[in-house]
Design a protein around this ligand. Structure first.
Ligand code: SF4
Length: 351
């Protein structure tokens, strides 16, 4: 009887994706970069970012030598900025500790910042022709359905069983093609809401399909209600219509990116008091708008206050810049802030 991997590989030979930009040359740097970008982000979204990134940072040495600001600038829009920081740290570690070459074993790869078991497996399989085992979101969905794993998504039992299956099913030959095939199968056939079971190469033995409701797998995670956090963002405009941006701390949310100066207070008087060392006396504030953004651990509501100043003495210990979003190249900004500025739907200072 034909093995699972034989069926998957035969399907890959006929239908798999073989011309993605990171597949050229089987290069560890490109594979690693694509794997980090593809975490939580779809292939079609990643491709233009990947091409711009490779154009600016063509190899691991170029990335390691670049200032973090430029890395963040090229990452902006992909979200999850901690990934960009770890990417940069990883490149520096590869250059400083491994003479610019990625290690060729699982433990060596997993010791690098931001490289987990699946990313390490992908680098081994896709770039080095070793037997690397991968388990990204697409592969998890295929295997959870194929084996009808009914542990809740994200539970340790779910992860353990998936890894066991992935290890068992991965072949010893053509592990790179198999890894790509499984990702393609998940992305193009075993889709989240509309699995195309009738043309799937493993449909005969797929337990979720046999049960008649494949889209019920993977089982939903145990629900957790996200806490709600409210903050105030100051949209400080000068007489020329430039907006003041403050660089966020190097760790934590939106680390190192430029954003509106922020306050934990939500009432005008409190915000004013907290900022009195900065804002000129009697500066008026106008509540404008808000945006919401969901992070993995909480929901943020950012209330925006417009403040127009004629002049402002920038506080020395704050890392700020005036940004003219109509004519200047954007610094690295969180996507919600960048989107908000691009909308241009809010009142500007006088030009
Ligand atoms: S048969 Fe359907 S549910 Fe099973 S792996 Fe294929 S596409 Fe997914």
């Amino acid at each position: 009887m034909m093995e699972f991997s034989d069926k998957v590989l035969r399907w890959f030979d006929a239908h798999g994706r073989k011309h993605l930009p990171w597949q050229a040359g089987k290069d560890a740097y490109r594979v690693w970069l694509s794997e980090i970008m593809l975490q939580q982000t779809q292939v079609t979204t990643v491709i233009p970012y990947f091409l711009r990134f490779i154009d600016r940072f063509p190899d691991v040495k170029a990335l390691a030598a670049a200032p973090i600001d430029q890395v963040l600038q090229h990452w902006a829009g992909l979200g999850y900025y901690a990934r960009a920081h770890r990417l940069h740290a990883c490149a520096q570690q590869v250059v400083n500790q491994h003479a610019g070459k990625f290690p060729e074993d699982l433990n060596g790869l997993m010791a690098l910042p931001g490289v987990g078991r699946s990313t390490a497996g992908a680098i081994l399989a896709l770039a080095m022709e070793h037997r690397g085992v991968i388990l990204d979101g697409n592969v998890k969905r295929v295997l959870a359905r194929y084996a009808a794993i009914d542990h809740p998504t994200g539970s340790s039992a779910f992860e353990r069983e998936l890894w066991d299956r992935a290890e068992t099913l991965t072949p010893w030959v053509r592990a790179g093609d198999y890894a790509q095939a499984m990702m393609d199968l998940g992305a193009t056939l075993c889709k989240r809401h509309t699995p195309q079971c009738l043309i799937c190469p493993v449909m005969e033995a797929c337990k979720a399909r046999a049960e008649g409701a494949p889209a019920d797998y993977p089982k939903a995670a145990r629900s957790k209600k996200l806490p709600y956090v409210e903050r105030s963002g100051l949209v400080i405009l000068d007489a020329e219509g430039r907006v003041l941006l403050e660089r966020r701390p190097p760790l934590g949310l939106w680390a190192g990116l430029y954003s509106f100066p922020e306050s934990e207070f939500t009432q005008e008087m409190d915000i004013h008091n907290a900022w009195q060392a900065w804002l000129p006396h009697n500066t008026s504030m106008q509540k404008m708008d808000y945006f919401e953004h969901t992070f993995s651990h909480y929901r943020l509501r950012m209330n925006l206050w417009k403040v127009v100043v004629q002049s402002l003495t920038l506080i020395a210990d704050k890392d700020c810049l005036w940004y003219d979003f109509r004519s200047q190249e954007a610094p690295g900004m969180p996507a919600p802030i960048s989107r908000y500025l691009q909308q241009g739907a809010w009142p500007l200072g006088k030009k």
